[in-house]
Each structure stands twice: as C-alpha cells, then as structure tokens.
Design a binder for this molecule. Structure first.
Ligand code: NI
Length: 401
C-alpha cells in the first residue's frame, strides 16, 4: 500500500489505515447485493454507535444514517454518502479476503467506499471541531435497484435535513493520488426500453402472405441510431444501445413478433424526453411501413448525475489541498455509466468526485471478476471527507450562512 508522494494525508487517517483495511477486507469477504445488505448495514450501524453517532437504520430497507453534531453548535448541515451493495459476480481473485458468498462480489469498490466513510466518521467523532451537523449516509442497492431513491422516498432529507450532499467513487484508470470532478454532468442517465414489433407470421417461403416482423425490426434497429445523429442538438449527447433481440424458433417460419430491448444514456432530462418521443415515433412508423405495429415500453431508471457549481468549486479546493493542484482534473470526460447518487443530487446541491484507483490492469476494471479496491485509497478518501467536512462546516461558513 504505497501512497503517492503528492498526497498530503491527514495523519489521523494514516493512523487509522490498518483498521480501515481490516473493515474493508471483512466487507469484501462478505458481499451482499441490493436490499439484502443486512450484515453490512448492522456492521455500519454498530460502528457508528460506538463512535458516538445518533443512528437511524432501515431507511430504504437497509440504509443507515448517522448524525453527529459539531462541538461549536451551528445551523448548517451536510451529508456524505457511501454505497454498500455488491454485485452478482463470481469472484475470480484468490487473495485471503476474497468473497465467501458464491456468486456475489464487491466488484465496484463499495466495500472501500463504506470503509473510508466509516473511517472519516470515526475521525470526525474523535475531533468534532466543526460548526453544524454532519450526516453520513450509507445507502443500499446502488447497482440497478435505486437504493438512493428508496431512501429519499422513505423521508431521507425530511427526517435528516441537509444543505448539500457529497459523494465519491473510486475510478480505475485514473492514477492513484488523483481526483477528478467537474460542475455539470459527471455520469449519465439510465433508461431501459422494450419494443415489441407485431407482424403476421408466415411460411418462410411465402413472406408475401404475412407481415415480416423480423425485417421491420431490422430496419428499426438501424433507424434508432438516427436519434442521436439527427434528432438531438449536435452538442447534446445520448447513447441508444439495443442489447437484446428475440424472435423466431426455427429455420422456415417467419415469427409473428420480435422483441428488441436496450438502454438509453444521456446527460439531460430534455434529451431523455427527445429520445423517448423519437423512439415512439420511429417504432410506430417503421413498423407500419412493413404492415406491422410496435408496442414501446420506456422506463426511466436513473437520472444523470449533475454536480452543482458552488459545491464543486469547494470540493476542488479541498481536493487540491489533499493531492496538489496539479493532480486535480477539473474537466474529466463525463461517463455515460449511471450512478444512483443522481437521485440525491436532484434533491440537494452537491458534488460527486472520482478518486483514482490506479491502473485498470489485471482485470481491475469496475464490475470485473478480478477487480479489487485499492487499499491505499482508504486513507486518501477518509482524509478528503474529513477535510471537506471541516471546510464546509467551518466558522467562516457558519457566519456566511
Ligand atoms: Ni459503484
């Protein structure tokens, strides 16, 4: 575990490194997936209580919120958020802390995110030299199932009011000791769609007797790609990806229907609206041109993750103090991957950053069975959280509020 020279760690975080690593390895060995994070949630709640936090459990089923008041009183409140869930992946690693739950794995580093926020929570409880209220949010089901949305629907920000909310994700491919962030979109929205093209089945030798759903679906597949190119402003972005197509059972029968499924990614609500509207028009009319009909189901899963400008500027200052100004990337290319933290940023201003996890080699990409969180980041992430909290809840910030 080598910390790059440019990083100026909080000495207390350095001292806590071995303990955070033990927590992280325990969590890595015992991964739990969406809304089943019972042991993880209990582990987090027990630690927070021991540190002196007021703890609420069961938000969004398995979510945990810890609250700590600063030593100096104060009105402002902020939230730091970590995700706790693992993925349905069978781990390929053979190190000592590999998963003991077959088919489940911390392949996205949420074990690390949980351990470093717990570490920061401990350091801030040991020295609550801040004004106002700190809330630490440990959310379930970041992957696919919208755990953040469920916590919000369960009254997260009504029961635990905050002025702003902050998130972080490790980022393989970004060197260790670097932090990337930008105002505006960081990650894409995530919508799913299903189009069923209904035709009239026929003998493969007599296509004129039917309405060929396969040929209609083929045209529709290529037509869908005109949405980003022809229907959006040239500087707006979207990805329309068909990822499944089903139809037919044998060689000599043209089936009565074909199903196309896929995902849409974008950075703006208005782009999602355009893509959905165009998809409906293209599906209907392309199908009609072959004598078929189309049924479109379009479902919005996650909005885009969009950082607010003022909060991002503050995070950039904190990041520069930690890793040096040269190691803060202020304009990374946003990712079209989705992030559930987006729901929290829809409710409150805030900023989500990427923390360099080092080379994406040896299978060390997110969601890869060979992935592992970089333990050197535990002290870096915890130092960032502590410094961010003390900056946001400083005496000056309290006066300004
Ligand atoms: Ni993740």
């Amino acid at each position: 575990m080598t910390i790059p020279e440019n990083v100026r760690l909080n000495p207390a975080a350095t001292a806590l490194s071995a303990e955070m690593q033990a927590w992280r390895h325990h969590l890595h060995a015992h991964p739990e997936t969406a809304f089943e994070e019972h042991e993880t949630s209990a582990f987090v709640a027990e630690k927070l209580r021991a540190f002196g936090y007021e703890v609420a459990t069961g938000l969004g089923r398995t979510g945990v919120v810890g609250t700590l008041k600063g030593r100096h009183g104060g009105q402002r409140a902020i939230a730091l958020r970590a995700d706790m869930d693992a993925l349905h992946i069978h781990e390929a690693n053979d190190f000592a802390h590999r998963s003991v739950n077959p088919g489940r794995m911390h392949a996205c580093g949420h074990d690390g995110h949980t351990a470093m926020l717990l570490g920061a929570a401990k350091l801030l409880a040991d020295d609550p030299d801040f004004h106002g209220t700190l809330r630490v949010i440990f959310q379930p089901a970041e992957e696919n199932e919208g755990g953040a949305r469920e916590m919000i629907e369960d009254g997260l920000f009504d029961r635990f009011p905050v002025d702003a909310v902050y998130g972080m994700h490790n980022w393989p491919g970004l060197p260790l000791g670097r932090i990337a962030l930008r105002p505006g979109p960081m990650m894409g929205s995530y919508d799913i769609f299903e189009i069923v093209v209904h035709g009239k089945g026929s003998h493969a030798a007599m296509p004129h007797m039917g309405n060929d759903a396969i040929t209609a679906a083929g045209h529709l597949l290529t037509t869908l790609q005109t949405i980003p190119g022809r229907s959006l402003h040239p500087l707006d972005s979207a990805v329309v990806s068909a990822t499944q197509i089903f139809g037919g059972d044998t060689w000599n029968v043209i089936p009565p229907s074909v199903t196309i499924r896929g995902t849409v990614r974008a950075f703006k609500d208005s782009v999602q609206d355009t893509v959905e509207a165009r998809m409906r028009v293209l599906a209907e009319h392309t199908a009609a041109s072959f004598g078929c009909t189309a049924e479109v189901r379009y479902e919005r899963r996650y909005p885009a993750t969009v950082n607010s400008a003022d909060e991002t500027a503050l995070c950039a200052e904190v990041a520069a103090r930690l890793v040096g100004a040269d190691n803060v990337d202020h304009d990374p290319m946003p990712s079209m991957g989705a992030e559930d933290f987006a729901f929290m940023l829809k409710q409150r201003p805030g900023c989500y950053v990427w923390l360099g996890n080092g080379p994406a080699e040896g299978g060390c990409l997110l969601h890869n069975p060979g992935y592992d969180f970089n333990d050197a980041n535990l002290a870096i992430g915890a130092s960032y959280w502590v410094s961010l909290t003390k900056t946001l809840l400083s005496a000056e910030a309290e006066v300004a509020a």
